[in-house]
Write a protein that binds this ligand. Structure first.
Ligand code: SF4
Length: 230
């Protein structure tokens, strides 16, 4: 049986980070969305003396509560966060042509919005880096069941993608957040369990999948934004 104590999960996360960074052979960045997962990774790396640089994608549609977590992280860990923004010309063209909520009209239009606001900035953020860290967990959704803890990321030029919390469950994460008194997005206290852009995220009902509140009008197998599946 897997040892699910907090100590063993933290030790496994450190091991994955260390091995993934070694496999990358160079500088590794954390793609931070200010989720519970990303905050836990920052805390684990900080206390283990593991060097991670941090970038974030400001899509222009984030919740205020998400920016508050970013601010709290800078204050607590004295971290530089490198922000990436969409190309303003592409956003102007999208909103002038299709309006502010075109992503609700079709999967294709949603992918166009995610492409402009997330995928293109991510490709700039990852340009020239050796590896990146994400907070993806296996139990989160049907789209994440076949993940590995680290390995080449074919979507991003074969750089090493590291998932140190792969086997963590939501309860493990909440317990760690609580025990370490980590900064936590206030929306989690309002029924949110996975937080992305404001218009594409809602609270979930008891018994619903954690990512049911993301693009809730789409089928579960389509719920990735293009950062992790294209
Ligand atoms: S999550 Fe929604 S608002 Fe954010 S980039 Fe994707 S479609 Fe656009």
């Amino acid at each position: 049986m897997t040892d699910r104590s907090s100590e063993s999960l933290v030790a496994a996360a450190k091991e994955t980070l260390t091995a993934g960074i070694a496999a990358s052979g160079g500088q590794v960045w954390l793609a931070c969305s200010f989720s519970l997962e990303d905050v836990a990774i920052i805390d684990i790396a900080h206390h283990a003396g593991i060097s991670l640089r941090i970038f974030a994608l400001d899509t222009g549609r984030l919740n205020e509560e998400t920016y508050e977590v970013a601010d709290a992280l800078v204050e607590r860990y004295h971290l530089p966060i490198v922000w990436y923004f969409p190309q303003h010309g592409a956003v102007e063209q999208l909103e002038r042509a299709d309006g502010l909520f075109s992503f609700r009209e079709s999967l294709e239009k949603r992918h166009v919005c995610c492409g402009i606001r997330k995928v293109e900035p991510l490709s700039r953020a990852l340009h020239g880096v050796s590896g990146w860290v994400t907070g993806m967990r296996r139990e989160q959704s049907i789209t994440r069941t076949d993940l590995v803890s680290f390995g080449p990321d074919d979507l991003n030029g074969g750089i090493i993608k590291i998932n140190p919390l792969l086997e963590w469950r939501e309860g493990d994460l909440l317990a760690y957040t609580e025990s370490r008194r980590l900064p936590k997005n206030r929306l989690y206290n309002q029924g949110y369990r996975s937080i992305g852009c404001a218009p594409c995220t809602r609270a979930v009902e008891a018994g619903e999948d954690a990512r049911a509140g993301r693009w809730w009008w789409e089928n579960p197998e389509q719920k990735e934004c293009g950062l992790h599946r294209r």
